[in-house]
Design a protein around this ligand. Structure first.
Ligand code: SF4
Length: 366
């Protein structure tokens, strides 16, 4: 298949492995930001093909994983109301809240629907003027423009029965927080190609300069990742930092300007809590005051709902590159895809799900 097979060519992969082996002279720790990249690395065994001096740790770029427990509880509280049609992408439905999940709310009679686009939720609001339609707007800069478009469209149509529960997060502030932590292990980043396709990579340049860290914008296929690893290691070995673009077939320095303009019209930057990590300043998106009528948190008065995180789940440490999934005492035992304790075991982009799915059980589960 074009644009797939050519990025999975085994001979080309072997050449990159040899190039990397010839480049590396000492230990380095790299973080891939996106959970989609994590799954490719683990699925194809790329982490095991690299020289043993190279450690890959897995970043916070899984939207389901970083959505705080209290936001799941707020979604559940809204979805349980009889007048509400609660809509979401499929991944969020099985994420456990404090006592239940959205799929169980649906099984109990709640009107919870999986949609493929936030614009589907806007259509539902048009079709059901007597119901309140809420969309669970989670994710990074990749999903935010479509959600901004949905709010813009609902406003344009004059819909009074549509709102979003926003839990949007931004990548650069999370990278800044990781690099600024006294426990940080990360020396170079593979940035998420799809986020940069929207936002460009200009905003990573000051970050790379301030922390003297190489950042390589990287795609999602095996050869993309191998090239991203190679370019990052080359900069590290040569004592260089800055931003390089491996994913030039999709990413430009300036990004998608119309999408950025729409984002800026509907959303503004806010402080945001990340699951297992805590509040990161200026790391989220909230609706601007002129779109406040579409804010489900205010409409349904759920802002007071809070929830303590699980004391067992170490997702926050995993997403900061401090631990790996198999180092969690619950991995594969008390926490498995059929009975998850934390979001990274549920999400198709979660690091724990990747380790479980591709057999990375390296110690006896508790
Ligand atoms: S294995 Fe489960 S409990 Fe442990 S970090 Fe992953 S999601 Fe959390």
């Amino acid at each position: 298949m074009k644009y797939i097979d050519e990025y999975r060519d085994e001979a080309a992969a072997q050449r990159f492995i040899q190039l990397i082996a010839a480049t590396v002279t000492r230990p380095w720790t790299l973080m891939e930001i996106c959970g989609g990249q994590t799954h490719t690395l683990i699925k194809f065994g790329i982490d095991r093909m690299l020289p043993e001096q190279v450690t890959l740790v897995h970043g916070p770029g899984c939207p389901v994983c970083v959505t705080p427990l209290e936001q799941i509880d707020r979604a559940i509280a809204i979805a349980q109301r009889p007048a509400v049609i609660f809509t979401s992408f499929g991944d969020m439905l099985r994420v456990p809240g404090s006592t239940t999940d959205l799929l169980s709310v649906k099984a109990g009679g709640g009107d919870v629907r999986m949609v493929y686009s936030p614009l589907d939720a806007v259509k539902l609001a048009q079709q059901h003027p007597d119901r309140e339609v809420v969309f669970f707007a989670v994710g990074f800069e990749t999903t935010a423009p479509a959600n901004a478009a949905a709010v813009w469209q609902a406003n344009h149509l004059g819909l009074k029965n549509f709102s979003i529960l926003s839990s949007h997060v931004l990548v650069p502030p999370a990278m800044t927080a990781i690099l600024g932590s006294p426990d940080n292990l990360v020396q170079g980043f593979l940035a998420a190609g799809h986020v940069c396709a929207v936002m460009g990579y200009w905003e990573y340049e000051p970050l790379a300069a301030e922390h003297r860290t190489p950042i390589v914008v990287t795609g999602f296929e095996p050869l993309d990742l191998l090239e991203g690893v190679y370019l990052t290691l080359k900069m590290l070995e040569e004592g260089r930092w800055g931003v390089e673009n491996q994913y030039a077939r999709a990413v430009t320095r300036s990004g998608n300007r119309p999408a950025q303009k729409l984002l800026g019209e509907v959303f503004q930057v806010c402080d945001r809590a990340w699951r297992g990590i805590g509040v990161i300043p200026a790391s989220g998106l909230a609706l601007r005051p002129q779109y406040a009528a579409f804010d489900a948190e205010e409409r349904f008065a759920v802002t007071t709902i809070t929830a303590p995180e699980s004391p067992i789940c170490i997702a926050g440490q995993i997403m900061q590159g401090l631990k790996k999934p198999h180092e969690c005492s619950a991995f594969g035992g008390r926490c498995a895809p059929e009975h998850p304790l934390g979001a990274p075991m549920v999400s198709s982009e979660g690091a724990c799900a990747a380790y479980y799915q591709y057999g990375r059980v390296l110690h006896a589960p508790a």
